[in-house]
Design a protein around this ligand. Sequence first.
Ligand code: ZN
Length: 71
Amino acid sequence: MSTKHVRTTGDLVRFGASLRLDCSGCGAARTLSGPEAVQTFGLAPLTHARARAKCSRCGVKAARIVVLPPL
Ligand SMILES: [Zn+2]
């Protein structure tokens, strides 16, 4: 299944996909399930989630986001 149509955190839940956040500051990676992403960022576009994501290790607000297909 393609994850091309996943544009919001709600889509992650709908498709059963996960969201990986890669910190561009320190390289820390964090993976959120769909429901966790909704809990963290609300029902919002992934671009919004990307802008809001803050690294828990170095505090940098510059993450690269990758949509992970359902397992
Ligand atoms: Zn970091």
